[in-house]
Design a protein around this ligand. Structure first.
Ligand SMILES: [Fe+2]
Ligand SMILES: [Fe+2]
Length: 390
């Protein structure tokens, strides 16, 4: 689907933990927050600036000897890259993910520069990463009009402890260290998503929402529990209303059971963390979509199913985006949910196509726009499906 909002975010988001620039995307806090207000051209220009920064720093440590080989390896390990992204900028991503696994750089189309000869890949990455963060910090300060007091409040990146978890207050979920799992065996979070899910959604979850979620770990779980219960209840209401559709009955019965199981799992997790389950007002999200449901059948049912697909797809995307920031227990749980909510998204969309009298593409595009508006615009309260902090 056209109009996807791209972002340089790679899900590391270390500014939420106090870094003045993000170790993943090299942007400063202000730049991250203003990203979704930028036009397409402005974003492209920023992307080019960040790529140039990466190229100039990475070029001190690495040489690209075979760009096609590098691209093939990125695809093999499902590491995201952009078509226009220069090879050295892509190499930064490869090393960030694979530094503990890569033995021979030549097999990835790379070789060390003279300055980096004799370093193993992990050490080369450590030096490159430090140089990149220092360069990114200089860039942010040069372009920032923030007062000096603001700058002094921030500890320089190179002075930060190696393990980011040490900097996290106790009330926040502990963050996984930056070290990635063995890339050949553990897929990245986005690789768990159904292949077309990110295209189905008109926009990615803004970085501002991720930061908001990490500031509200209790609300995140409580509202998550509410969402699971509501998902089961929506499936049950379809079971009651459309008794003459055998495929829908089977799928909704399975889905309701799975959602109730998720509900039980979230409640159990909350109990183990001493989080008290309480009632929360609903977010504007579901109602913001449901208000557009056609009043006449069969369009009504098709709209409900399309909305179901969007709610499941967005949940799935948000779980995947959150995983790199969470403690191991929650990350593992959310990884299982990505798979199951991804299946629910596919089932809802399949049912919508199966039960509609004609093509549903226009209706999907309509709801994609409404959904994206609810995701990128300011919202009053933090919820699992809320927009950005308002
Ligand atoms: Fe669920
Ligand atoms: Fe679901």
């Amino acid at each position: 689907m056209a109009g996807s909002i791209t972002s340089p975010c790679v899900g590391l988001c270390s500014t939420t933990l106090g870094d003045p620039v993000c170790r993943g995307c090299q942007r400063g806090d202000d730049e991250i927050l203003e990203w979704f207000g930028l036009s397409g051209d402005q974003r492209a220009a920023r992307m080019a600036e960040l790529d140039a920064l990466r190229e100039s720093v990475a070029g001190r440590f690495l040489k690209v000897i075979d760009a096609d080989c590098l691209e093939a390896q990125l695809r093999r390990y499902r590491i995201r890259f952009r078509p226009e992204q220069p090879a050295l900028s892509r190499a930064v991503e490869l090393l960030r993910v694979g530094r503990t696994r890569i033995q021979a750089l030549r097999r990835y189309g790379l070789e060390p520069s003279e300055a980096a000869l004799g370093l193993d890949v992990a050490e080369l990455h450590a030096r490159l990463s430090q140089a990149l963060n220092e360069a990114a910090e200089r860039r942010t300060l040069e372009t920032s009009d923030a007062p000096p007091s603001y700058r002094l409040r921030h500890t320089p990146v190179h002075a930060m402890p190696e393990t980011l978890a040490e900097t996290v207050p106790r009330t926040m979920p502990r963050t996984m260290p930056e070290t990635m799992p063995e890339i050949a065996e553990v897929p990245s979070d986005e690789s768990l998503l159904p292949p077309d899910l990110l295209d189905f959604l008109n926009c990615a979850t803004p970085d501002g929402w991720i930061a908001w979620a990490l500031e509200n770990p209790e609300l995140l779980l409580i509202d998550h529990a509410q969402c699971e219960k509501k998902a089961a209840s929506t499936a049950m209401s379809l079971l009651y209303r459309y008794v003459n559709e055998p495929l829908l009955l089977t799928k909704m019965s399975q889905l309701a059971r799975e959602e109730l199981l998720h509900f039980e799992q979230v409640v159990k997790l909350m109990e183990s963390r001493g989080i008290v389950y309480r009632h929360l007002s609903a977010s504007r999200y579901a109602e913001g979509l449901r208000q557009h449901i056609d009043a006449q059948e069969p369009a009504r049912l098709v709209d409900i199913l399309i909305i179901g697909a969007f709610i499941e797809a967005r949940s799935c995307e948000r779980f995947a985006r959150l995983i790199p920031h969470l403690d191991l227990e929650l990350a593992k749980f959310y990884r299982t949910l990505v798979k199951s909510e991804g299946r629910h998204y596919e089932d809802y969309l399949m049912l919508a196509r199966h039960l509609a009298p004609g093509p549903i593409d226009d209706r999907v595009a309509f709801f994609a726009e409404r959904e994206a508006e609810l995701i990128v615009t300011p919202d009053k309260a933090f919820r699992f499906h809320s927009g950005v902090p308002g």
